[in-house]
Design a protein around this ligand. Structure first.
Ligand SMILES: [Zn+2]
Length: 165
């Protein structure tokens, strides 16, 4: 029997106004509202803010990924759990490929790209942070991740590549 999905684990607590996956709290935002913040920043500040968001999601995402690993996900299984969880978060659909020294993720329908609109730089920093978190656990060493194509730049998919640092 498989463990419950992210969506099955979520608990809405109206008394406290919380949405919880065990101890991990979530909340909802419209992608256009969230990504509109970055559009209001000048170029260098926008890049710095996207980098800070990547680092922040890496930290929180590492905690989530460790919890997924504790549910029985190592290596390819962990990647499978993350890929299964992403659509339930509203983070598009993920296809993860693991090679000995490379993790590749193709995302269709990124809410971050859609929320931002046309861009001359990749904007899916939260996904990049999550990909780095997963790669760090899969390779069991620090990893680096980059978004190699972004739907906000006109690509059909957002693609991410992570490697051991
Ligand atoms: Zn993207």
């Amino acid at each position: 029997m498989s463990s419950p999905s992210f969506r099955e684990r979520l608990v809405w607590e109206p008394a406290t106004g919380e949405i919880l996956d065990q101890t991990r709290r979530y909340f909802m935002l419209r992608p256009d509202g969230f990504m509109g913040m970055f559009k209001r920043l000048d170029g260098p500040t926008r890049i710095a803010a996207l980098e800070a968001l990547e680092a922040s999601i890496f930290e929180g995402g590492s905690d989530s990924a460790r919890a997924y690993r504790a549910m029985g996900g190592e290596g390819a299984d962990l990647a499978r759990i993350v890929a299964a969880t992403a659509p339930q978060l509203g983070w598009g659909t993920w296809e993860v490929t693991i090679e000995p020294d490379r993790l590749f993720v193709a995302v269709r329908n990124s809410p971050f790209a859609e929320g931002y609109g046309p861009s001359d730089i990749p904007v899916c920093a939260p996904m990049r942070g999550m990909v780095r978190a997963v790669a760090t656990l899969v390779f069991d060493k620090p990893a680096v991740a980059r978004e190699t194509a972004c739907a906000a730049m006109g690509a059909p998919l957002c693609t991410f590549e992570a490697r051991p640092a």
